[in-house]
Each structure stands twice: as structure tokens, then as C-alpha cells.
Design a binder for this molecule. Structure first.
Ligand code: T4K
Length: 373
């Protein structure tokens, strides 16, 4: 097989037809309204509210700041937030940057989402909230989590960065918990270049988000919170409006890519795809595959290196665990979350994007399978 030139990267953003974006950019130019809740922003907020079936939705300049604003808007006393370490570093950083201590709960072996059977033993008088992650777009066991939270009177903030468009038993993921954060980064299956949103059923919480994302302003001359600046601009919102129009076809194309991977690699001993939680839909945000080196005969890193030789850049999402990142050295013990630790060593996320040619998927699969000993 020839080395891929150009290389195949883990993802490649989809873009709407440039003429359509040009049309909206012209509208922005003539309005001279570039940010601070202009026409495109308002249209996108309405459209996403409808798409997610949520009564309140607030847009942000990126998912990370959305998460920080949401933590601030929970108005918690200082203390601990229960979360998982098998996620992008943003989740843990947001907790720490808002002044809380993350307490790491292990993940379920099948889905890599927070293990609800292990949450209660971590609840102490200092616990203030639970922050689970729908990792790779796989929804957490939200019924179990929300039940625990209710019993202990704790808010639940879902990191739904990967889960835009996902439903479970006919309900969108944002119908659960106190609020959900979605990332609309360029690498996501739905994007606004950079961007993010918080969906919530709580009107007062949504009002607080207005303040935290805009310097505390609620009206001219009325500054209630010590807020920052996390507003989405008009060019981002315009991209979001167009990408929303093409979202269903985006997911359909990704579904075909995922099906081809499964077709080619199912049945390879020692290699496993993630199962889908009962009743959940998929947005095919990522294509995580885990390797059992004892059975497969090669480990995740060897597969990754082999792909690189051929110009194919898979990624080790999520390695290292956030709890073992250099900036947290000595603060947390990754051995206390052994399932998450094993996942971080064994999972490789293979290239996944709507335009990935099925012939390239076949080549990637051939290389992966060739690593088996
Ligand atoms: N919570 C969770 C669970 C998250 O996963 C994330 C973000 C957040 C919170 C925070 O949300 P944001 O603030 O980001 O909205 C990427 C993304 O930057 C990040 O959004 C994402 N999660 C994370 C999992 O992945 P990197 O450092 O891996 O990105 P990068 O630049 O290496 O890009 C990945 C690949 O995509 C590269 O091979 C190149 C390609 N690419 C990238 C961009 C930006 C393109 O082809 N075009 C592009 O425009 O973090």
C-alpha cells in the first residue's frame, strides 16, 4: 500500500457550500453587527433550541468556556465535583479553574462513561455536583446518575461535548440533569468553527449564564455577576446555521463510514468496537477501537505507529488520563480508576469524518488487521 499523500488525519471538518456562507457573511457585513447577540446568533439559538427540544439554550464562543460558565452558574460553595478522568483535559481543567477539586470516579467497562455503581462511595459532605461525560457521544447511564443526584440533592452538569444530536429512548441527552454542555469545535460532527452551547430546563440558571458569558451584564448599567467574555460571534453563528441544515446528511455519511469499519474489522480477535447503550442513537463523532494486546498480539501504540508509517494519523483519545497529566502530577492516583486507566492505554480513535472515502477505510482496516500476531 502507498503512503497516503495528503495524509489522512483523525478528522476533517465538513463545510457548507461556500456560496451559502458568502451570502450570510454579506448579511453580516451590511448589518455591521459582528457579535454580542446579533441576528445570526439569535437565529441559531432558536434553531438549536428546537433541534434539542430544550426550553433554554445559550451559545458560547467555545465549549470549554461554556463549561466554566455553567459551573459558575451553579453557584456552589467551595468543595468537590465528581467526574471521570477518561475525557479531554477540558473537563478537568474547567472544574479546577473554577476553584473546585475533581474527585475521579471510574468508568463502565463497556461504554467508558461514569460508572453509577461507583459514584455514591465518593460522595462526602464536601461534594457539590456531578459532572459526567458522554464520551465519544455514548450517553451515560443518565437514569441511574440522576437518581443518585436527586437522593443526595446534587446538581448534574453533563459534559455532552461529543453528544450533539444523540437521543436515548426518544429523548435528547440534554433533557437529563441540570444542564448539558455541547462543543461545536471544528473537529466535532456539528460545528460553528469554534463554539459551544449550554442547554437547560432551568430558567434562573439560563439567566445566570447570560451574566457569566457577558461580564455579568443583564441590562445596560446592571452588572450582577463577576462574569467574563464567552460570547459566540456572528461568523460562528452563520456557520452553525448552515451546518445545522446539513447535519442529517453529515450523520448519514458518518454512519456509512462507521458501518464499513465494523464490516471490515468485526470478528478480529482482540479488537473491539464500543457497544451502543440500549435505546441510544449514534452521531458517529469518533471511531474508538480498543485492543487487547494479549489476544491481538500487538498493542495500541504499535497499531498507531504502523498507521503513521502510511500517513494515517489516528489519535489516542484519551491518553493520558486527565488525572495523570503533568499539570496535576502527584495530586491524583490513576490506579484508583483502573478501568479508565486500561481504556487510556488500549483505545485508538481511527479516522472518522463524513468525506472519508470507503476505499481509505478499507486501507486503514487492512493495515490495522495486518498488525495482528
Ligand atoms: N469536553 C470534552 C469531552 C471535549 O472533548 C472537549 C473538546 C471539550 C470539553 C472542550 O470543547 P471546546 O472548547 O474545544 O469546544 C480537539 C479539539 O480541539 C477539542 O475541541 C476536542 N474536545 C478534542 C477531543 O479534540 P486536539 O488537540 O486533538 O485538536 P487538533 O488540532 O489536534 O485536531 C485534531 C485533528 O483534526 C488534527 O489531525 C487536524 C484536524 N483538523 C483540526 C482542525 C482544528 C482539521 O483538519 N481542521 C481543523 O480546523 O483537540
Amino acid at each position: 500500500m502507498q503512503k497516503k499523500d495528503p495524509p489522512i488525519l483523525v478528522t476533517r471538518p465538513s463545510l457548507p457550500p461556500v456560496e451559502e456562507y458568502d451570502q450570510l457573511v454579506r448579511e453580516i457585513f451590511s448589518s455591521r453587527f459582528l457579535t454580542n447577540g446579533g441576528a445570526q446568533h439569535q437565529k441559531l439559538e432558536r434553531a438549536l433550541k428546537e433541534k434539542l427540544g430544550t426550553p433554554f439554550l445559550r451559545l458560547f464562543t467555545n465549549g470549554h468556556l461554556a463549561l466554566e460558565c455553567a459551573i459558575q452558574a451553579l453557584n456552589l460553595e467551595p468543595g468537590e465535583i465528581i467526574t471521570t478522568p477518561f475525557t479531554f483535559i477540558s473537563t478537568t481543567h474547567a472544574i479546577v479553574r473554577c476553584g473546585f477539586t475533581p474527585v475521579f470516579c471510574d468508568v463502565e467497562p463497556d461504554f467508558f462513561t461514569i460508572d453509577p455503581t461507583k459514584i455514591e462511595r465518593l460522595i462526602t459532605p464536601r461534594t457539590r455536583a456531578i459532572l459526567p461525560v458522554h464520551v465519544y457521544g455514548n450517553p451515560c447511564d443518565m437514569d441511574a446518575i440522576d437518581e443518585i443526584a436527586k437522593r443526595h440533592n446534587l446538581p448534574v452538569l453533563y459534559d455532552a461535548a461529543h453528544a450533539f444530536g444523540v437521543t436515548i429512548k426518544g429523548r435528547t441527552v440534554s433533557e437529563f440533569g441540570t444542564a448539558s454542555m455541547f462543543s461545536f469545535h471544528a473537529t466535532k460532527c456539528y460545528h460553528t468553527i469554534e463554539g459551544g452551547a449550554i442547554a437547560t430546563k432551568d430558567a434562573a440558571f439560563a439567566e445566570l449564564l447570560n451574566g457569566y458569558k457577558n461580564f455579568g451584564y443583564h441590562a445596560d448599567e446592571e452588572i450582577r455577576e463577576v462574569g467574563g467574555n464567552a460570547k459566540m460571534n456572528e461568523f460562528q453563528a452563520a456557520m452553525g446555521l448552515l451546518n445545522l441544515k446539513y447535519f442529517d446528511s453529515e450523520i448519514e455519511k458518518r454512519g456509512k463510514v462507521a458501518a464499513r469499519y465494523r464490516e471490515n474489522l468485526s470478528g478480529v480477535a482482540g479488537l473491539a468496537f464500543r457497544p451502543v447503550r440500549e435505546g441510544a442513537t449514534q452521531n458517529f463523532a469518533y471511531l474508538p477501537v480498543s485492543f487487547d494486546p494479549q489476544v491481538f498480539g500487538a498493542n495500541r501504540d504499535q497499531v498507531s505507529d504502523k498507521l503513521k508509517e502510511y500517513g494515517i494519523f489516528a489519535r489516542k483519545y484519551f491518553y493520558p488520563l486527565t488525572s495523570e497529566s503533568a499539570c496535576y502530577a502527584g495530586r491524583f492516583d490513576p490506579n484508583k480508576t483502573p478501568v479508565a486507566l486500561a481504556a487510556s492505554r488500549n483505545v485508538l480513535t481511527l479516522p472518522m469524518f463524513a468525506d472519508l472515502a470507503l476505499s481509505d477505510v478499507d486501507d486503514i482496516c487492512e493495515l490495522v488487521a495486518s498488525c495482528k500476531k
